[in-house]
Design a protein around this ligand. Structure first.
Ligand code: MG
Length: 449
């Protein structure tokens, strides 16, 4: 089990868990793992991000590594640029959707994908045993990298029919969530001939608009703006721009599961016999779609790294998480908010239907999730109690209690925050409501008795 790496990179509260010394030491460990430069470094809009970036770059330079500073960009922009511009590795300074006091360090391999769980352990071994490079005889240099945004937008638009999208002149509302897609998503929409309306477009490390994580409960402004302006769709990104939650032309917010089904249906119709990778906590609709397209679904533990690395290993075409993280294998095996938006525009231009008409064609799926504040110790006790009560459940990752294919509950400690998350699916909205409230009551009674 990794000690420093959580579900997604190393995260902590800046100047506490993520002290300046820690940032220095872990950067040396990452440099030793990368073996050679040049390394591409980028950061999200958090207040502490530029300071951490300076420490990371200076530390790399101190042991002879050159690096390029890409500035403030979304995580998927750094990832594709690391691959397409030929860097030995990348480091993204981000805590994604965590609260403002957090930040994090996410190493990216030269293939443009987050490093594997095995490689995280290698870095931890170097760190804990202080086996890092200590040769200060030749210093490296830091220079700016100005081509990342163009590289990113060119890569995204190369996978869609830009002319067809442009001819539709879509009206799109972007809820940028004060986050990093503010520097790229509006440019992408302009390139694709869309009329753009932005909300929460100022980058702000406190995420003062609606917080850093887009959820159905904090996207009312997005939904109202779509309806008021008669837009074709709306989309909200998380803090570092790798996740996207969509809103149809009627102002209805789609779950991440639903938008993933929408895109999978479109992509599989053109590419049958494909592989899809998703986590244990996403809905069962994907199996129904895959069967129709003679494709197969691989389920992994929760976490984008699990999905990404399984995609690389199996050559999968599609990967997704229920939280709005969607991966298109032809582009890069990572979550990418702008790529996902471009694919949705491609789908709508291709079908000529509206987004709500498109979602109506999907297999019915009723999923929901909730969270309860809970320490790591209490979370383990809770999972153990539930496992004792349900001996035949799946305990690969937290616990998944399945009553049948479409009715299940999953309880899992978050890998990034002191909370437990509860996910559920049922075959009707009424059953889902009853199931969720039953389990919330059960969990609270175990935790607080
Ligand atoms: Mg993110």
């Amino acid at each position: 089990m990794a000690k420093l790496f959580g579900t997604n990179g190393i995260r902590g509260v800046f100047a506490e868990d993520l002290s300046l010394e820690f940032i220095h030491d872990i950067t040396l460990a990452i440099a030793t793992y990368f073996k050679k430069g040049s390394i591409l470094v980028g950061y999200d809009g958090r207040t502490s991000s530029p300071t951490i970036t300076k420490i990371v770059c200076s530390t790399l330079n101190s042991v002879g590594f050159d690096c390029k500073n890409a500035g403030l960009i979304p995580t998927p922009c750094l990832e594709i640029a690391t691959k397409n511009l030929g860097y030995s590795g990348g480091i993204m300074i981000t805590a994604s959707h965590n609260p403002p006091q957090y930040n994090g360090i996410k190493p990216v391999a030269s293939d443009g994908v987050e490093i594997s769980r095995e490689d995280e352990l290698i870095i931890e071994d170097i760190y804990f045993n202080k086996k890092w490079k200590k040769d200060y005889t030749k210093l490296g240099k830091t220079e700016p990298e100005k081509n990342t945004i163009k590289t990113y937008l060119d890569a995204v638009t190369s996978h869609v029919n830009s002319n067809k999208i442009m001819s539709r002149k879509f009206k799109v509302v972007l809820d940028l969530g004060n986050g990093a897609q503010a520097v790229t998503a509006p440019l992408l929409c302009n390139e694709l001939g869309c009329k753009v309306i932005t909300i929460n477009e100022n980058i702000d490390g406190t995420f003062s608009g609606r917080g850093s994580e887009p959820t159905p409960s904090n996207l009312k402004k997005l939904s109202d703006t779509v309806v008021k302006t008669g837009s074709d769709l709306g989309v909200a990104f998380d803090g570092d721009g790798d996740r996207s939650i969509f809103c149809d032309e009627k102002g209805e917010i789609l779950t991440g599961d639903k938008s993933a089904l929408l895109l999978s249906n479109f992509i599989l119709s053109k590419n049958p016999n494909s592989t899809i990778v998703t986590c244990l906590n996403s809905g069962s609709g994907i199996e129904t779609l895959a069967q129709k397209a003679k494709s197969n679904v691989i389920r992994t533990k929760v976490g984008s790294v699990e999905v990404s690395r399984k995609m690389v290993q199996t050559g999968a075409l599609i990967g997704f998480e229920e939280n709005g993280g969607f991966m298109y294998g032809k582009h890069n095996q990572v979550r990418d908010g702008a790529m996902t938006l471009a694919l949705v525009l491609d789908l709508l231009s291709f079908s000529g239907k509206t987004m709500s008409e498109e979602t109506k064609l999907l297999p019915q799926s009723f999923t929901t999730k909730d969270k309860v504040a809970c320490s790591k110790e209490d979370a383990s006790k809770l999972i153990k109690t539930l496992a004792d009560q349900n001996p035949h459940s799946n305990t690969t990752d937290g616990i998944k209690i399945a009553f049948d294919k479409t009715n299940w509950v999953m309880v899992r400690p978050s890998g990034t925050e002191p909370i437990i998350r509860i996910y559920a699916e049922a075959d009707s909205q009424e059953k889902l409501k009853i199931l969720m409230s039953e389990y919330l009551a059960k969990i609270n009674s175990i935790l607080f008795r």
